[in-house]
Design a protein around this ligand. Structure first.
Ligand code: GRF
Length: 179
């Protein structure tokens, strides 16, 4: 079994779904007030948090992350709502071992507002994508993706909820194959 670290910056609902199905060695958050940290406590998952502003620059910040991952002998880094771009320090140490989930059907609607952008574009369907992380924003090799329809009576909330429900199925499916 590979040792998994999950990275989350916010709510951590994907983290929670994963932690209920897989042993998670650690949660890392770049936000001290992330609700994901609360979830980790409740789930008994060790959590670590430090913020970019505590460091001189992003290199030093990512060096601290690499040190944490090395110390715990992490095999797979699972980004789940981690809202920072992964830079060279972390990438060069862990490339090929970092995956991300994106709430759209890449390459459609990359970036931080995948759901909202798809909604505003009036698409009849969007989707969810799990991909390897490279130096770009949501550009890495796609592992698996599924379509999610936008229904006639949808509000952005119901559309968003359907996308999240799809994430909660797809991410564990992919991780099961990888570990
Ligand atoms: C998810 O929609 C994920 O696809 C995106 O950020 C969101 C994180 O939600 N990258 P949560 O923190 O897992 O609730």
């Amino acid at each position: 079994m590979k040792k998994i670290a999950v990275f989350a910056s916010g709510s951590g609902s994907n983290f929670q779904v994963l932690a209920e199905q897989f042993p998670i060695a650690l949660l890392f958050s770049d936000k001290k007030n992330a609700y994901a940290l609360e979830r980790a406590k409740n789930l008994g998952v060790p959590s670590y948090t430090f913020e970019l502003k505590e460091f001189e620059n992003k290199v030093a910040y990512e060096e601290a992350i690499v040190e944490l991952l090395d110390k715990h002998q992490i095999d797979l880094v699972v980004l789940a709502g981690y809202m920072k771009i992964v830079c060279n320090t972390l990438l060069s140490a862990y490339e090929g071992r970092i995956i991300n989930i994106h709430p759209a059907y890449l390459p459609e609607f990359p970036g931080a507002h995948g759901i909202e952008d798809a909604w505003k574009a009036d698409v009849s369907q969007s989707g969810v994508t799990v991909h390897w992380v490279d130096a770009g924003v949501d550009t890495g090799q796609i592992i698996k993706q599924v379509r999610v329809p936008r229904l006639i009576n949808d509000t952005i909330e119901t559309f968003e909820a359907r996308i999240h429900e799809t994430e909660y199925k797809l991410y564990p499916e992919v991780i099961r194959e990888l570990v």
